[in-house]
Ligand binder design. Structure first.
Ligand code: SF4
Length: 515
């Protein structure tokens, strides 16, 4: 009996569980539908029917078809009537990447494989294969064209009424770099590796040390060695930048840089741990949660990211947001002043804290009963009186962005003779008090955030701002970059934002043609 027949007929033993039925079962031979894996079959395929009419891949193809792709076409050299292989249409390549990202497939090899058997990819390509090198190059080759594409997409979404810029929620999220923590080295080690890499590149041109390999392999090895040398040279340049950002000599001497992704920085993660990462900044229009700006930064802090975010939104949509809502990580006095100057209504959380916080007092060893609240201010004489009844007089001022700090100091002999000295100024320095006065813009911001309206708007921030963050990480799977370097990871997040926005358009606007 052949394998085909074995699949078709089975013995009934063991299938009957009831006592009494077993004898009856042993006399029967069960018959199953054939599974014949040896047969050859030719089937006609109607490519357009590989996916149903309401399949989202059709929507993506339709949407990309509405975009002006001339930026991409300009780079194509193959023309009708001349020699050379036909180029892959940018309409196809963009649609492939968008559809792949929407399904969480972010690797060129994976997409190339999917084109061989997945009906949606086959529908896009018309059953043709697409080489993974072509896909990979296309993703990172056209930076300006991709920026332009993002702007165009926002133009179409604005025309559909999905973007108003009346209220924009902005947030930052850390995405891990394509480099592990153990690739970070100090200068000495980087220089040692660079020397080895340079020697390796030099040896490649020497016929005495050449190995017996094919020209293709030799070329690939040479390219890899040169790239390694360039990466290590870049690591030294980045190390200088890292040093410049450190304040103490000890920190400067201990600075380290990744040898695989020199532009990545070690950043604190949401789970409290630290990892090589980039800081992804996302601005989301509150109306329909469309991403109106996305960027990548090397800074672990969000304070410096608000102004560039507003610049990006303006560059993408052609106007500034009417209102921007951020969390405490962005709400500095500098940013309040900057937004006020640009007439962008800033909503955010910020402590009104005094210039001398409880933390500072604690660090100086001051007893809580001698914190600034225990000192009484007299506006007429412009002096403070301390718990011991002594006077602290004005002693200069310090101007900072959005705030002026007025200093008051006690008389040195008063403090030296005071029975409370150990509780009030244990460091043996005459006690001082700092009175901070906010600039009018900052005071207005703080007053606004104390109103019910200000608090109500701020409460809307989380659900809107964190939605695209979560979508990009969970649906697209961008918890870790698949590319290296600031420019390339910037392009990766742009692809992700494009995908997210087109998905929003499909959800809110697209109807299949039959519908
Ligand atoms: S230490 Fe100086 S400031 Fe403090 S309570 Fe005594 S006199 Fe006043």
């Amino acid at each position: 009996m052949g394998r085909k027949d074995e699949c078709a007929v089975g013995e009934g033993k063991g299938l009957e569980s009831k006592a009494g039925g077993q004898d009856k079962m042993e006399n029967r031979k069960l018959r199953f539908k054939l599974i014949n894996r040896q047969q050859m079959m030719l089937r006609p395929i109607e490519v357009d029917r590989l996916v149903p009419e309401d399949h989202e891949v059709r929507a993506i193809w339709e949407f990309v078809g509405r975009l002006d792709l001339s930026w991409y076409y300009e780079a194509i050299e193959v023309v009708e009537g001349e020699a050379g292989r036909p180029a892959l249409n940018p309409h196809l390549m963009i649609s492939l990447w968008i559809y792949a990202y929407s399904k969480g497939a972010g690797s060129a090899r994976e997409i190339s494989r999917l084109c061989e058997y997945d009906p949606a990819y086959q529908w896009l390509t018309g059953l043709e294969g697409v080489n993974h090198h072509s896909l990979s190059d296309f993703r990172v080759r056209h930076k300006e064209a991709l920026d332009e594409l993002f702007t165009q997409v926002l133009g179409l979404l604005s025309a559909e009424g999905l973007v108003t810029l009346e209220r924009v929620m902005h947030d930052g999220t850390k995405v891990k770099a394509y480099a592990s923590a153990d690739t970070f080295r100090r200068e000495q080690r980087v220089r040692a590796h660079l020397e080895v890499a340079r020697q390796q590149v030099e040896r490649m041109g020497d016929p005495r040390t050449a190995e017996e390999v094919s020209p293709r392999v030799a070329k690939a090895r040479e390219r890899a060695a040169r790239e390694k040398q360039q990466r290590l040279e870049e690591a030294l340049r980045e190390l200088e930048k890292i040093r410049a950002s450190k304040s103490s000599l000890e920190e400067k001497q201990g600075a380290r840089v990744s040898m695989t992704d020199p532009e990545a920085r070690v950043m604190k993660q949401s789970d409290g741990g630290y990892a090589p990462s980039y800081n992804v900044q996302i601005s989301t229009d509150a109306k329909e949660k469309v991403i109106v700006g996305i960027g990548v930064s090397q800074s672990g802090s969000d304070y410096g990211e608000l102004v560039p975010a507003v610049d990006r939104v303006e560059a993408n949509v052609g106007q500034e947001p009417g209102q921007i809502v951020v969390d405490g990580g962005f709400t500095s006095r500098d940013n309040i002043l900057a937004m006020s100057e640009r007439e962008v209504d800033l909503i955010g959380s910020m402590g009104t804290g005094t210039s001398q916080s409880a933390g500072q007092m604690k660090r100086r060893g001051v007893d809580p009963s001698f914190y600034p609240e225990a000192f009484h201010y007299d506006g007429i004489s412009d002096t403070y009186s301390c718990p011991a009844g002594k006077i602290l007089r004005a002693n200069g001022e310090e101007k900072r962005p959005g705030r002026t700090n007025y200093k008051y100091r006690a008389c040195a002999t008063d403090c030296q003779r005071c029975p409370f000295q150990q509780k009030c100024c244990p460091q043996n320095v005459p006690r001082s008090i700092v009175q901070g006065v906010d600039a009018p813009e900052v005071a207005a911001f703080i007053a606004k955030m104390e109103t019910d309206e200000g608090k109500k708007i701020y409460r809307q921030r989380g659900p809107v701002a964190e939605f695209p963050n979560a979508w990009i990480k969970n649906k697209i799977g961008l918890r870790q970059f698949r590319l290296r370097g600031l420019v390339k990871v910037g392009m990766e997040v742009l692809w992700a934002a494009l995908t997210y926005n087109i998905k929003q358009w499909i959800r809110l606007c697209w109807r299949p043609q039959w519908a």
